[in-house]
Write a protein that binds this ligand. Structure first.
Ligand code: UDP
Length: 315
């Protein structure tokens, strides 16, 4: 049976990957320091090791017998990265360096990496292709771009998957793997918890978009993980590919609110607020390469992402 190390396997996206890999018959080892993740989100079929990717000894143990790594572990809050750039460099970049060194010691040369659309920064054109100029506008995006370059230099079999906006949830036999960030900064979970007393703040209504609010490309977490599993099968010796993952289409903040109010069958309380620093007006992925290289196409619509998020928050 193929054994895979999933770093960050207790987080929202990593725990979904762990469960889906186990469903497909992979043997999974999870390494997570629980700084963001939750131990109860780790699939019981996986072997769970609590610790950091900065711990070289622990990594060497975790990698024993593994054929490949899916690497999710890392800091992922844009705002925090602006306040603590060194932390983001140390955990994300130095942590990945430690991981690559440990893989090399074990002769493991296959990695699928959780990169980000934040590597592109303010896009010149949409949809964004993998050839688009990468110029991150915050330390989080810069750390993901530095890792992508480090992986290229390592000369191993690698695919970096650049996520756009991930949403939705996966239901296992144990229950839903919900998005449980603290603090929560993402639009869809915040839309679902908005109340008259604590309405959703719409960050900017004067953007150059269809209705003045920001446009983003949302992809269901299960579709996203399907792409990771396909990526494992598409790795080629000594080749590092970069692949965008989104839906190929965009929704404005007001459109997300409107779909959510249909799903919830009630209005979503919202107020107009100033722009959020660092937000680009529009981010939409080109998914041409994901289709051609991985044979992947997302199948779950925004309505499904929102209704799955509702069910996962309700449990
Ligand atoms: N957004 C918003 N209000 C919020 C949170 C987010 O208007 O309380 C907007 C944000 O400006 C962006 C979109 O929703 O245009 C998605 O933001 P999120 O933080 O979910 O993801 P990001 O695009 O920053 O990765």
């Amino acid at each position: 049976m193929t054994r895979i190390l999933v770093t960050g396997g207790a987080g929202y996206i990593g725990s979904t990957a762990t469960a889906l890999l186990a469903d497909r018959g992979y043997e999974v080892v999870v390494l997570d320091d629980l700084s963001m993740g939750h131990a109860d989100a780790v699939d019981p079929r996986a072997t769970f090791i609590e610790g950091s990717i900065l711990d070289a000894d622990l990594l060497r143990n975790a990698l024993a017998g593994c054929e490949a790594v899916i690497h999710f572990a890392g800091k992922s809050l844009v705002g925090e990265s602006v306040e603590k750039p060194e932390l983001y460099h140390r955990v994300n970049v130095d942590g990945t360096q430690t991981l690559l060194e440990a893989m090399s010691i074990h002769g493991i040369d296959k990695i699928v990496f959780s990169s980000s659309a934040a590597t592109y920064g303010q896009p010149i054109d949409n949809p964004i292709t993998e050839e688009s100029f990468a110029s991150p506008t915050n330390p989080y995006g810069a750390s993901k771009l530095a890792i992508d370059k480090m992986i290229t230099s390592a000369g191993i079999s690698a695919i970096s998957l650049r996520y756009f906006n991930v949403a939705g949830a996966y239901q296992t036999t144990q229950g839903w793997l919900a998005e449980r960030h603290n603090p929560e900064t993402h639009l869809i979970p915040l839309v679902l918890r908005a109340t008259e007393d604590n309405p959703l703040k719409i960050f900017g209504t004067d953007w150059d978009t269809k209705d003045g609010t920001c446009v983003r490309d949302y992809v269901h977490v299960v579709d996203l993980i399907e792409a990771h599993i396909m990526a494992l099968g598409a790795l080629k010796p000594h080749v590092h590919e970069i692949v965008n993952l989104g839906s190929g289409g965009g929704y404005s903040v007001r459109e997300v609110i409107s779909v959510a109010s249909q799903v919830l069958a009630r209005p979503v309380p919202a107020v107009e607020s100033p722009r959020r620093a660092g937000d680009p007006a529009t981010l939409v992925a080109s998914i041409v390469k994901a289709k051609s290289l991985l044979g992947w196409e997302p199948t779950r619509a925004l309505e499904t992402m929102i209704s799955d998020a509702v069910k996962s928050q309700a449990q």
